[in-house]
Design a protein around this ligand. Structure first.
Ligand SMILES: Nc1ncnc2c1ncn2[C@@H]1O[C@H](COP(=O)(O)OP(=O)(O)OP(=O)(O)O)[C@@H](O)[C@H]1O
Ligand SMILES: [Mg+2]
Length: 455
């Protein structure tokens, strides 16, 4: 979906703000329409059907929230971005609950405006694509959702680096979006029409991984009946995403280093060098500096990979992203599951915002999917959320609940066990395995700490 065919409605009672935004958006090739109050906004919405509406919340006649409500009641189809004054984040949250897709805090920079509009357009494109396919969302067009300062910064870095072709190293805990970013890099690079291949370096065996990466010649090993090209060969001209690079074994590290330095390699069992033109993106949730010190990772390879590095912060360090991500997943799963959710109740929002998200964005996505599945009416309440969110929020030793050391430790142990049980779907053996405990010891702990099987 391009700017050229998109119409944007600016709703603000301040003519100066409208003017600045109008100029900016026109420069981005949008068609712009304006309204100075809520009544006018609704009239424009009905007559002009803008793709995106930038809606001020504080206005005479009808407030932004009232406009939102009317949009919903009349079923008007537009992606709404609300604009709020700095420090009135609750208003923005309220607006998102009422159906807004995203928000901008005033004053905002042109760059920020562009990012938010870009995301809204991508969402529109997805909506359209979904209508056409009425099926899976296509991974390649996946938007990066979030507008916390660290995410905006990371987006800016990869946008710039994407064009250059330099190698990019993505760092971050599990579920923070490394693969999403890797795809975005490919998508924003001149290689976008060439292949994007993912190689997971945590392999069943070193030999299999080697053949997957580099391919093999006929007869290279038992069972190699045919010559087979590797993923690096198949990705020629495109982007190779080396996931979990920290797990790559030393021999393959050496072979990969050569590809990075000389752009060539041989198939397993082969002697003819194969030349490739590749952009590499690597990711890991490990501390590579530590791995280097321990002699597990080659320093020279590290420097080759770490030309541009981007750290994706854990979700708990960017709580601003919880609302837009939640809305994004809500729309996604409602579409996929054919459900309609009008509202997330304030108590549920409260829990989502205070949970510490050890599994990061992936965990949030799973929670929302589950909540959409479980919700009986057209709203999500705290009861539709998994117990680990509930219990951890209640149990997290907080500063305002005075607790002794031992009490806090007990609460913490309970929390860890509950989370492991939640993740294992209540399966005690799996939970014990994940915690590195004997199953019998786990059940003893559960009794001792009074953790019920269902709690
Ligand atoms: N900023 C984001 N916007 C939209 N979706 C996101 C974002 N970040 C993560 N996700 C979603 O969260 C899930 C996990 O993301 P991803 O697979 O990219 O994480 P990862 O960092 O590669 O995790 P791992 O280290 O476990 O492989 C995916 O479903 C992805 O679509
Ligand atoms: Mg990943």
């Amino acid at each position: 979906m391009s700017a050229r065919h998109s119409k944007i409605l600016i709703v603000d009672d301040d003519p100066d703000i409208r003017e600045v935004m109008r100029d900016r958006l026109k420069a981005m090739s949008f068609e712009v329409v304006e309204a100075s109050d809520g009544e006018q906004a609704l009239a424009r919405l009905r007559d002009e059907s803008p793709t995106i509406t930038l809606l001020d919340l504080m206005m005479p006649k009808k407030s932004g929230l009232e406009v939102l409500k009317a949009i919903r009641d009349e079923g008007l189809d537009t992606t709404i971005i609300v604009m709020t004054a700095y420090g009135t984040i609750e208003k923005a949250v309220e607006a998102m609950q009422a159906g807004a897709y995203d928000f901008l805090t005033k004053p905002f920079s042109p760059g920020h405006l562009e990012v938010v509009i870009g995301k809204a357009l991508e969402r529109e494109a997805l909506k359209r694509e979904n209508l056409l396919l009425s099926g899976e969302v296509k991974g390649r067009d996946q938007a990066i959702v979030g507008h916390s300062p660290p995410i905006l910064h990371a987006i800016e870095v990869i946008r710039k680096a994407a064009a250059s072709g330099s190698t990019i190293l993505l760092l971050g805990e599990t579920g923070t979006g490394k693969e999403v970013f890797a795809k975005a890099i490919h998508h924003w690079s001149p290689r976008r029409d060439k292949p994007f291949v993912v190689v997971n370096c945590v392999a069943l065996s070193e030999e299999l991984l080697e053949s997957e990466l580099f391919g093999h010649e006929r007869g290279a090993f038992t069972g190699a009946h045919q010559r087979k090209p590797g993923k690096l060969e198949l990705a020629d001209g495109g982007t190779a995403f080396l996931d979990e690079i920290g797990d790559l074994k030393p021999r393959l590290q050496a072979k990969l280093l050569r590809v990075l330095q000389e752009h060539e390699f041989e198939r397993v069992g082969g002697t003819k060098p194969i030349r490739v033109d590749l952009r590499f993106v690597a990711a890991t949730n490990r501390r590579l500096d530590r791995a280097i010190r321990e002699g597990l990772f080659r320093e020279d390879l590290y420097y080759r990979l770490n030309v541009v590095s981007v750290s994706l912060p854990p979700l708990r360090e960017r709580p601003e992203d919880i609302v837009p991500l939640t809305n994004h997943f809500l729309a996604q799963y409602c579409g996929r599951l054919g459900k309609r959710i009008k509202e997330i109740t304030p108590d549920a929002w409260e829990l989502l915002q205070h949970y510490h998200w050890p599994g990061n964005v992936r965990e949030l996505a799973n929670f929302i999917e589950r909540a959409v599945v479980l919700s009986t009416y057209d709203r999500i309440t705290s009861e539709d959320l998994p117990l680990s969110v509930l219990s951890s929020s209640a149990d997290l030793p907080t500063a305002d609940v005075p607790r002794g050391f031992h009490e806090a430790i007990v609460a913490y142990k309970r929390q860890i066990i509950r989370e492991a049980l939640h993740r294992s779907g209540g399966n005690q053996s799996k939970a014990a395995g994940a915690l590195g405990l004997q199953r019998t010891y786990l059940s003893r702990l559960m009794k001792e700490l009074q953790v019920g099987e269902k709690s």
